[in-house]
Design a binder for this molecule. Structure first.
Ligand code: ZN
Length: 198
């Protein structure tokens, strides 16, 4: 039987995504052997992150200041919004370094199977932005999946009547692939090759 403090650390680590019992044990043993200061810094960094990060009230991206630096940057093109499912997708596109518009994080995509409906996602705030920021184009950058498709169709039907051009990135990924794991070149090509949604 493991000492209670070690067992407790392992139990908490197994709550993290992709970490099973064996990985949690390995991490806990690694941390146990690390210098105490390093472990304290890790714990403090996690708490600081949790305390300081919030959602941008405009685009829903994660940020320490509201509005986020991207929404505040007036050198960026306000007429183009890239719509993504999660903040990690925006981070991936931003890291690719070519996109100069702004983002809107939906918070997922429509999924009848998972019970996610339009009211669960950030569509209403996007609607407001389209009107208040004179948006001319929405680039839909959902992941290639059945739910991503359904979300793209919904957005096209809802926002095109508002006079906005709706385009979809040409990701060239198989169904089930994710933006988050695509490299910078692939994301750049995907944005360049975007097409109007029918
Ligand atoms: Zn923002």
């Amino acid at each position: 039987m493991l000492p209670p403090s070690l067992e407790s650390a392992i139990t908490h680590l197994t709550k993290l995504p992709t970490i099973g019992r064996r990985s949690a044990e390995r991490l806990a043993f690694y941390l146990m052997r690390s210098p105490k200061q390093q472990v304290e810094e890790l714990a403090a960094a996690l708490v600081r992150m949790r305390e300081n990060l919030r959602r941008c009230s405009r685009c829903h991206n994660i940020t320490e200041e509201d509005p986020c630096p991207i929404c505040r940057d007036d050198r960026r093109d306000t007429k183009v919004i890239c719509v993504v499912e999660e903040a990690l997708d925006a981070i991936a596109i931003e890291s690719a370094g070519h996109f100069r518009g702004r983002y809107h994080i939906l918070g997922g995509c429509l999924s009848p199977l998972k019970g996610v409906t339009a009211s669960d996602l950030n569509f209403d705030s996007l609607h407001k932005r389209i009107e208040s920021e004179s948006v001319e184009e929405l680039i839909l950058a959902m992941n290639p999946s059945v739910d991503g498709e359904a979300t793209a169709v919904y957005m096209s039907q809802r926002f095109r009547p508002r006079g906005v051009r709706i385009t979809r990135i040409a990701l060239g990924l198989p169904m089930g692939g994710t933006l988050e794991h695509a490299d910078g070149q692939t994301l750049h090509r995907a944005l360049e090759g975007r097409r109007d949604v029918e």
